[in-house]
Design a protein around this ligand. Structure first.
Ligand SMILES: [Zn+2]
Length: 275
C-alpha cells in the first residue's frame, strides 16, 4: 500500500509541475494587446474582419501554414499555380530535358506531394482557387495564349476546386488593377467560368526587405488600423518560380504573428467578404 501511495504522490507532483509549466508558458506567450493597439494606432474597442489568402503554392512548407491554421482555427484561401501540380507535364519535360532518371523520379515524387497538400487544404475546409497555369503578366500575353493558360489551369486544378464556380486570382493583379484599360482579361476569366477574387491589401511578404523581425505583421496591422477596415489580405505560401519550396519567412513565422493579429482582427471565412 505504501508503494502505491508513493506512486500516487509522485504522479500528483508531476501533474502539478506540468500544469504549472503550461500556465507559465501560456503567460510567457500572452500578447499585450493594449501595446499592440497603441503601436499601430488602432481603435481600442474595434475588431476588424480579416481573411487570409495565400498565393503561389502549393509548396512543401504549405503544411506548416496548415498546422497553424488548424491550431488557431483560422479559415483561409489558397490560390495555386496549376503547373506546380501538373505531374504528367513535369514528367514529360524532365524526360525531354534528358535528366538522370533519379532526378525525374524525385520531381514526380515532389509533384505528388504537392497534389497531396492541395487535397489536405481541401479536407481542412479551406478554399482553393486558380492562380493561373504559368504565373505570367497576362496583359502582356496574346489573347489566345492567355485563354489557353486559364483553361489549362482549370483542367489541372479541377479536382481541387472548392466552389461550384471556381475562384481565380490574377498573378500580380495584372488584369484586375488595370481592368479599366484592359477589361478583356477579366472577361476571359468570366467566359471560362471563373470568378476573380482580388485582395484589399498586401502583407508584402514577397519583398525581401520585409523578411525580418515583425515587419510583415506590422504591414498588416498598420494597414488595417490606418484604413479602419479589414478585408482579404494577400500572403504567399509559395514562390512563383520555384516548384517545391515555400515562401519560408511567411511559412515559418505565421504562428508568431497570429496572437498580435487577434488583438485587432477577427479571422473570417472568404464568404464573409465574397457572397
Ligand atoms: Zn502570384
Amino acid at each position: 500500500m505504501v508503494g502505491v501511495t508513493d506512486l500516487m504522490k509522485q504522479q500528483l507532483i508531476t501533474a502539478l509541475f506540468t500544469l504549472g509549466l503550461v500556465i507559465w508558458t501560456g503567460a510567457a506567450q500572452a500578447v499585450d494587446c493594449a501595446a499592440v493597439r497603441e503601436r499601430f494606432q488602432c481603435d481600442a474597442s474595434t475588431k476588424y474582419p480579416l481573411h487570409l489568402s495565400f498565393d503561389d503554392g502549393p509548396a512543401q512548407q504549405t503544411t506548416d501554414v496548415l498546422k497553424v491554421l488548424k491550431k488557431e482555427k483560422i479559415p483561409a484561401t489558397f490560390f495555386a499555380i496549376a503547373r506546380k501540380v501538373d505531374c504528367p507535364e513535369i514528367a514529360k519535360r524532365c524526360q525531354a530535358e534528358q535528366h538522370d532518371s533519379n532526378v525525374c523520379i524525385q520531381r514526380m515524387t515532389e509533384c505528388k506531394q504537392r497534389r497531396k497538400i492541395l487535397r489536405q487544404i481541401k479536407q481542412a475546409g479551406h478554399m482553393i482557387g486558380s492562380h493561373s497555369y504559368a504565373h505570367l503578366h497576362y496583359s502582356q500575353v496574346d489573347a489566345a495564349a492567355r485563354r489557353a493558360d486559364f483553361k489549362r489551369s482549370r483542367q489541372v486544378l479541377s479536382p481541387y476546386f472548392t466552389t461550384k464556380i471556381p475562384l481565380f486570382r490574377l498573378p500580380y493583379g495584372d488584369g484586375w488593377f488595370n481592368r479599366a484599360e484592359r477589361p478583356e482579361i477579366l472577361k476571359d476569366l468570366q467566359a471560362l467560368g471563373f470568378r476573380h477574387i482580388a485582395w484589399a491589401f498586401s502583407a508584402f511578404d514577397w519583398n525581401k526587405d520585409n523578411q525580418r523581425g515583425d515587419k510583415i505583421l506590422a504591414n498588416v496591422l498598420s494597414e488595417v488600423c490606418k484604413r479602419k477596415q479589414g478585408g482579404i489580405v494577400l500572403f504567399h505560401d509559395g514562390v512563383e518560380e520555384q516548384l517545391h519550396e515555400g515562401r519560408l519567412f511567411t511559412t515559418t513565422h505565421l504562428q508568431d504573428w497570429v496572437p498580435s493579429m487577434r488583438c485587432v482582427v477577427d479571422f473570417k471565412p472568404l464568404s464573409f467578404f465574397e457572397h
